[in-house]
Design a protein around this ligand. Structure first.
Ligand SMILES: *[C@@H]1O[C@H](CO)[C@@H](O)[C@H](O)[C@H]1NC(C)=O
Ligand SMILES: *[C@@H]1O[C@H](CO)[C@@H](O)[C@H](O)[C@H]1NC(C)=O
Ligand SMILES: *[C@@H]1O[C@H](CO)[C@@H](O)[C@H](O)[C@H]1NC(C)=O
Ligand SMILES: *[C@@H]1O[C@H](CO)[C@@H](O)[C@H](O)[C@H]1NC(C)=O
Length: 382
């Protein structure tokens, strides 16, 4: 009798423990789904994903970091040297990365670490075979995505070199404006009335200037360009006095990465951020610090159904970019694959898409491939 009672007691407590575990994991699961589905952009750090469901579903412009990767819209993107749905598998066969730290994201890239790593890669025959002029950038390279993120120390250097480049070329008055007009087929499908437009990575000349004609009504024009204040000191800058072709403009002299960081903080204080009805960004990716944040930023700045006007090139492997982009370390370190562009454009309804080479590209000695895209932001999750 006593034994029977005890066994029943035991069964009961086991049941309570199991039930408790079940409830806890259920709550955890629903919290995760709630985070991923919420419209707010935010930063979430997860030590690991427990559920086997599609984990990055609807991560949109939130920054969700886990194991050795982060969400990029609906897909996990692993950091260099890692693969797997949870970015938990360490690649052992990529010998050309043997001079690199294991997770390039988890360490602080100082000048001395860069120097050390460079020395190692200059001695590594694998690295030399792969990319003899920029072997250190193999540390930031992933086969699936390309070079999407670099330590900010490299970014600041490229930004300064970019400024010097324009200083040394005072006769240039635009950055391949006509080539992009050709790629977009004269921007013929862009509506004549636009409430607000923002250009990301405007450079000294902007691309939006082509859309500013007397026939088109654009109420508000904003330029986002980290070098803007320096560019405005140049004689050939198109928005030198705060006007672009006679139209007043707002200037935000910040990088898109910093803007996203601020927006995430603001939103956590329930401050509403600004959304634009149209966004233009043309050939900017090679100038950014973090391509994944750049794309999440483009997405987040647009209102639902907002109009995206976008052009970018991709490279199947980073060395392919050297011909047109030159030395990675000097000006243009980021080289993305088509996979990244496809994931991003999947968030938009296509209105215009053009993969054809421009006249310049056809006659160029360099191999270039890219896409001209105009589309509307989908409000639903994909
Ligand atoms: C390296 O190993 C991973 C799995 O561990 C495999 O998927 C990949 O194809 C391998 N790469 C090469 C170049 O052998
Ligand atoms: C790097 O390799 C390419 C071909 O693989 C070669 O043409 C070039 O001269 C090499 N550069 C250096 C600095 O070794
Ligand atoms: C909300 O945002 C505006 C403009 O971005 C800023 O001026 C203001 O200080 C913010 N308010 C709070 C409470 O953070
Ligand atoms: C691309 O080129 C082909 C062949 O010249 C042409 O038929 C097509 O219309 C072009 N596409 C666009 C979007 O301009």
């Amino acid at each position: 009798m006593w034994q029977l009672f005890s066994r029943r007691q035991q069964q009961k407590s086991i049941f309570i423990v199991i039930f408790g575990l079940f409830i806890t994991s259920l709550i955890g699961f629903f919290l995760l789904i709630k985070i991923l589905n919420s419209d707010d952009i935010k930063t979430v750090y997860l030590t690991s994903f427990k559920s086997s469901l599609s984990r990055c579903h609807c991560s949109k412009s939130s920054l969700i970091i886990f194991n050795h990767g982060e969400c990029f819209f609906d897909q996990p993107v692993c950091y260099p040297g890692f693969i797997g749905d949870q970015c938990e598998i360490k690649l052992k066969n990529e010998t050309y990365r043997s001079h690199c730290p294991i997770d390039t994201h988890k360490i602080q890239w100082t000048r001395s670490l860069i120097k050390q790593t460079k020395k190692k890669c200059l001695q590594s025959k694998y690295a030399q075979q792969e990319w003899n002029i920029s072997c250190i950038f193999l540390c930031f390279y992933h086969r699936l995505t390309g070079i999407t993120q670099i330590p900010s120390i490299f970014w600041h250097k490229s930004l300064n070199n970019e400024l010097d480049y324009w200083k040394e070329n005072p006769m240039i008055i635009d950055d391949r404006l006509q080539e992009h007009v050709e790629g977009f087929y004269g921007y013929k499908i862009i509506p004549l009335k636009i409430n607000s437009i923002v250009e990301i990575g405007a450079g000294p000349f902007t691309q939006v200037q082509y859309l500013l004609t007397p026939f088109r009504l654009i109420k508000q024009i904003t330029l986002i360009e980290p070098n803007a204040l320096n560019y405005m000191k140049l004689n050939n800058c198109a928005y030198r006095g705060g006007y672009l072709r006679g139209y007043p403009i707002s200037i935000i002299a910040e990088s898109i990465e910093i803007i996203m960081k601020n927006r995430r903080q603001e939103k956590s204080f329930l401050n509403s951020s600004k959304y634009y009805s149209a966004l233009i960004s043309i050939n900017v990716i090679e100038h950014v610090n973090d391509a994944l944040e750049y794309f999440r930023g483009l997405y987040d700045l647009l209102e639902d159904n907002g109009l995206l006007i976008f052009h970018e090139r991709w490279f199947d492997y980073p060395q392919q970019g050297d011909c047109v982009l030159q030395n990675a370390e000097y000006l243009h370190p980021i080289r993305i694959t088509k996979w990244i562009i496809d994931r991003f454009l999947n968030q938009f309804e296509t209105l215009y898409i053009n993969f054809n080479r421009t006249k310049r590209q056809i006659y160029s000695p360099c191999f270039e491939q890219g896409v001209y895209f105009i589309g509307r932001k989908k409000s639903n999750c994909v």
